[in-house]
Design a binder for this molecule. Structure first.
Ligand SMILES: Nc1nc2c(ncn2[C@@H]2O[C@H](COP(=O)(O)OP(=O)(O)OP(=O)(O)O)[C@@H](O)[C@H]2O)c(=O)[nH]1
Ligand SMILES: [Mg+2]
Length: 321
């Protein structure tokens, strides 16, 4: 029995890793091929070598901050260890990228607590889909999950979430289109308390009449949760679309001004060459990327694992298949 279980787990892990490997293929082509051609193209380490590396990292969407941090670290280690061969820099660079992305041990505490998770982000980034995936994941861990359809602005947003709720077998609390989203949150909190739910996931609108409106609405919902459900563990996840590259960074900054973002979910990592943005976000904002979306189905949400991410990016995928 136990062996079977372990074999199952191994298989799952493999599937998980190969999905990550294939999801990151364009990012890999973008960053790693560029890096490797530098490692192979230079016979010794000089200023040009560092400059070209810098260019590859910036073009790979790692962001200015992370790029400088990584290169400073590399320069220091090259000096300290008297490294002469460009190829010997590869592993140092990989380790340094990994270091930039450490999530910390408490990142997934909310999954084990009675919690409220606010999911915020501009329209179309993948909030509703991500909530569906997250609900599926929590349900399969045996958690009692309630979804709040607090996007009452966009037509059919409620129905879209309902489909995900059915798929994940989670309960949904919604409201009429055009009704007050804060009222939906109020009702959902009442339901979560009455039914002793483990996790309440709140879907929010990506767009209202204007941005000020949207930010005000988020504040209002937060106040209601604070007041009505103070005992709940709070998590606020900003969803960012990886394909938008540096724009995603700007969005996170704006949302962080109204809500205390505790984590980032980076969606659409499959099929983008801009996966390096995962590194930039952590370096520039100091907010951990907690999950990544690698496709459109319920299984396509993964906990962000810096180690697996870097391995999927830099190791030859052949040996893992
Ligand atoms: N390839 C891919 N597509 C995704 C991923 N996550 C979401 N999508 C797609 O992105 C589109 C938008 O997703 P939604 O979940 O509706 O986005 P939203 O943020 O809720 O949008 P609004 O409610 O309009 O603000 C859908 O077609 C999803 O299937 C992902 O990880 N990979
Ligand atoms: Mg939505």
């Amino acid at each position: 029995m136990r062996d079977e279980h372990m074999a199952e787990e191994q298989k799952e892990k493999k599937g998980f890793f190969s999905r990550l490997v294939s999801g990151l293929s364009k990012t890999r082509a973008n960053i790693v091929s560029g890096m490797d051609s530098i490692f192979n193209g230079f016979s010794h380490i000089n200023e040009d070598f560092y400059e070209e590396l810098e260019e590859v990292l910036i073009m790979g969407d790692l962001g200015v901050q992370a790029t400088y941090d990584i290169l400073d670290d590399l320069r220091a280690k090259v000096k300290e260890r008297h490294i002469k061969e460009p190829a010997d820099c590869r592993q140092i660079l990989i380790d340094s990228i990994k270091e930039q992305m450490n999530v910390g041990e408490t990142a997934y505490e909310f999954e084990e607590k009675q919690s409220v998770v606010m999911v915020i982000g501009v329209n179309g980034v993948g909030k509703t889909t991500t909530i569906g995936k997250l609900a599926g994941k929590l349900r399969s861990d045996g958690k009692k999950v309630i979804l709040a359809a607090a996007d009452t602005f966009r037509a059919a947003a409620g129905e879209q979430l309902k489909e995900w709720a059915d798929r994940a077998q989670a309960e949904l609390i919604g409201g009429q289109e055009g009704s007050d989203p804060a009222a939906v949150v109020y009702d959902a909190v009442a339901a979560a308390k009455a039914r002793h739910a483990d996790v309440l996931l709140c879907d929010t609108a990506g767009r209202l009449h204007n941005k000020k409106n949207l930010m005000e609405e988020l504040r209002k919902m937060n106040r209601i949760i604070d007041r009505e459900y103070p005992e709940a563990f709070r998590e606020t996840l900003a969803v960012l679309d990886a394909t938008t590259g540096q724009n995603a960074l700007q969005q996170a900054k704006e949302f962080n001004e109204v809500a205390d973002i505790t984590g980032i979910i980076l969606t659409k990592m499959d099929g983008t060459a801009k996966g390096g943005i995962a590194v930039a976000i952590q370096a520039e904002l100091g907010i951990p990327v907690k999950y990544i979306g690698v496709g459109e189905t319920i299984d396509d949400l993964q906990k962000f694992d810096a180690d697996a991410f870097v391995r999927a990016l830099f190791d030859q995928p052949k040996e893992e298949e």
